[in-house]
Design a protein around this ligand. Structure first.
Ligand SMILES: [Zn+2]
Length: 412
């Protein structure tokens, strides 16, 4: 915050949170040419060292972390939970289960999160298991951008999981692969929605917008056709992700748009996969996005310190590699939905345990009963906290719980 004061001396505080106003007001350039040059240089430096419009955001306060809603059984019970239970069915592309789960996602957003744009991206492909028949794949994109932004103006935090399930073994559910991650993302969307509305409303009132930080948005990709139908190969896997990455690369925005195409709008591609068993450890895979891993690991460890998480992982954390040094990163060749996006330059944070949960992964044991609920709920909280922080929600920090009454009491 300090470094912003020099820009804000001429700006009258226009709302209760003076700090927040300073944070978002565009700097006024009324200084000498030398100052101007220095400022320009530092701005250039800023935008070349921070990837793709990601902002140097302010960490959430302890108070804010405490107020992140817990994921409860109402959402996550494996039989009755509104978010998770409807996904725990076989949902192989081209089957009724696939259509049911798609409808579940769409009706959830329509009903509960009407400000999120819903985009279907459809493709078809043959597979080695289904002969000449064209199998339908449908990626679902749920996107929320600030109301003042034009297409191609908003950098998008992109939270991703796949929703299809494996064809074999028959009856395979795929609870960690990736029903639970899908439900975690729905929960995150629900939890950040109100804050987004509040922030957008305040910014509209102040006539703000127009910088990468102010124009940030978020999208959730629920991808289809991740699983191989027979054996994992370049052509029998990632049906949805391959189609979407290619489509986005080939869909240019009008000339002079901030971002060239929807692929370039991805400020960070956060992929959740195989999450929901106890004691799984997610390493930091990529040096280029280790900064983002560290940010999420910090959210996790702060939440644990504050007693806000329920799980007790043996390694002490889901994300234990915040201190990994640069010389310990090696090339990773793990096939997953991020690959077609990463090839095209998107920065990726891959949240997948290593090793994969053995005895569960790709077996009939990967069902609701084998989920570790404290783990699933904690992931929902951590991802929500990370998204809130990324989107700079300290701007609309809620009042400390229990202090509202006292404050208004004093005012009277
Ligand atoms: Zn799988």
């Amino acid at each position: 915050m300090e470094q912003l004061h020099r820009f804000s001396e001429t700006i009258p505080p226009t709302r209760s949170s003076e700090a927040a106003t300073q944070r978002r007001q565009r700097p006024r350039l009324r200084q000498s040419p030398l100052h101007f040059t220095l400022l320009l240089l530092s701005l250039i430096l800023l935008f070349t060292t921070i990837p793709n419009g990601a902002s140097a955001y302010k960490p959430l306060s302890d108070n804010f972390l405490r107020q992140i809603p817990a994921a409860d059984d109402g959402d996550f019970d494996i039989h009755t939970g509104q978010l998770l239970a409807p996904i725990l069915i076989p949902r192989v592309p081209g089957t009724e289960g696939q259509r049911q789960v798609q409808q579940h996602f769409v009706s959830f957003f329509r009903k509960n999160l009407p400000k999120w744009e819903i985009i279907w991206q459809n493709s078809t492909s043959t597979t080695p298991a289904t002969g000449d028949r064209q199998i339908p794949f449908a990626n679902l994109i749920f996107r929320r951008t600030p109301p003042w932004t034009k297409p191609g103006q908003s950098g998008l935090l992109t939270l991703v999981a796949h929703y299809d399930s494996k064809m074999k073994p028959e009856g395979f559910i795929g609870a960690i692969d990736s029903a639970a991650p899908c439900a975690v993302l729905m929960h995150a969307a629900k939890s950040i929605d109100g804050y987004l509305t509040q922030m957008h409303d305040e910014m509209v009132k102040l006539g703000e917008g127009g910088t990468p930080e102010m124009d940030m948005g978020v999208q959730i990709l629920l991808l289809d056709g991740e699983e191989a139908f027979v054996d994992w190969t370049d052509t029998d896997s990632l049906y949805g992700a391959r189609s979407l990455a290619q489509k986005w690369e080939n869909t240019p925005y009008p000339a002079k748009s901030k971002y060239q195409n929807p692929l370039r709008q991805i400020s960070l591609f956060v992929l959740l996969d195989l999450l929901g068993t106890a004691n799984s450890v997610v390493p930091s895979y990529f040096l280029t996005t280790h900064w983002a891993y560290k940010a999420m690991a910090a959210v996790e460890s702060r939440m644990r310190r504050l007693g806000l998480l329920q799980s007790k992982p043996t390694r002490g954390a889901f994300l234990p590699e915040a201190d990994k040094t640069a010389d310990r990163f090696y090339p990773v060749g793990m096939g997953d939905d991020h690959v077609p996006f990463m090839y095209r330059g998107a920065p990726v944070l891959h949240l997948i345990p290593s090793p994969f949960p053995m005895g569960i992964w790709h077996t009939l044991n990967d069902d609701g009963a084998h989920l570790d609920m404290p783990t699933v709920k904690d992931w929902a909280k951590i991802v929500t906290g990370f998204a809130l922080e990324w989107l700079d929600m300290m701007e609309v920090e809620p009042e400390e719980a229990g202090t509202t009454k006292e404050k208004s009491g004093k005012a009277r």
